[in-house]
Design a protein around this ligand. Sequence first.
Ligand code: 5AD
Ligand code: SF4
Length: 466
Amino acid sequence: MAERKPVIITPEQLEEQRQYMQEILCLPQRPKSYFVVTYGCQMNAHDSEILAGMLRDMDMTEAPDREQADFVIFNTCCVRDNAERRALGNVTWLKEVRKRNPNLIIAVCGCMIQQPGMAEKILKQYRFIDLAFGTSNLYKLPELLCRTLNSDRAVVVVEDEDTIAEDLPVKRLRNDAAYITIMYGCDNFCSYCIVPYVRGRERSREMEAILAEAQQLKDSGVKEIMLLGQNVNSYGKGLEGHVTFAELLRKLDKMGIPRIRFMTSHPKDLSDELIEVMGKSKHILPQFHLPVQAGNDEILRQMNRRYTREQYLNRVRTLRAAVPGIGLTTDIIVGFPGETEEQFQDTMSLVKEVGYDSAFTFIYSPRTGTKAAAMENQIPEDVATDRIQRLIALQDECQKQAMGRFVGMEEEVLVEGLSRRSNTAVSGKGRHGVSITLPGSEADIGQIVRVRVTEIKNNTLMAERI
Ligand code: 5AD
Ligand code: SF4
């Protein structure tokens, strides 16, 4: 693979975008309100916060829903087929809304657009889309919107560049918890995965920039930060000097932000150093999302995961020894090409052996351009569906058992909102990453509350205040 250097967006390029913002403010046909529709992972959720930040700085207000907005932007995902279909279905539905609001501007951005051939498809099959751009052009929204407003043809821009843009405006979803991207892209090329093709080569932000952002968030009262990257464990690769994720965590831990989390980790890059830092830290939460994908060595090899079942289990044991009671979650794919019933049973036994607090389970979805999509022995849908149902049932059982360890335990909950079931109860996440419901009111939202877990009800933990 040819070496590709990250493209750092310069302050001059950002200034240019600010000028486009000014230019838009002078256009009589400019949209006054916006709505951002987000699909996919936390990375996308954070990209949407940046889109919203730029739109806010163009003097647009957030509409209560997509039907009342002048500008609707879909930030898409393409990691599985259903994410893509849902996005395209919803975009098409908006065509009807435009009959009522002829000035409506429809934009589509993100991973889906970055796929080879998608831009042409949009131009041909989805003629009602006004603007489409890929993941590397996010920072150019002001310029692209300006071009759209001044043109009666669709603006479609996809560049194959690995950009890093600092200091973009951001309108955060929450005041108490915030995302910080620490690295972009992925170099792992797991054989089923489209991400390396649509998010580009792995690149890390400078540590100083991350620390400055964290400090600013702390000063504004944020209680929890979530560090984001496709593979946060390989943070620092390509930066000057010996920069590691463990080192970054050590520095952030000292800053004194009450809660630090991160996502996502690749088991092959999970170092002993990182586990040691977690064991000794005060503020890094005792939780770990460690996608296993499969429990069979041959399937793991075909997936190009570069670890064995035993190596994975070793990481789990080391984590549990260093951080007793740690909350473990995972991602699992069933029905990978060629997966036999016996190989699937290895996934089932691994799930039992680990005892995850929760697992995101997926049916393998072929993605054009990936190695696995060209493999023979694609698994029939009914077989894959049957396997995922058995896996979900097993995980449900294991989850109940795993939750048992919390009953009687003290926890700290960062309250997110009123409970869905009662208006005298609130809920949020404990330090281990599990949802907890406790008595409370709106005044608790955004606060960290100490509780004791009393029981498990419908798969959530119930607690009393202490
Ligand atoms: N099919 C099914 N699941 C996939 N994932 C990634 N690519 C695919 C695919 N082609 C899952 C993996 C990953 C999670 C984010 O999505 O489990 O960890
Ligand atoms: Fe995809 Fe593998 Fe990279 Fe995760 S590590 S984003 S599954 S290629």
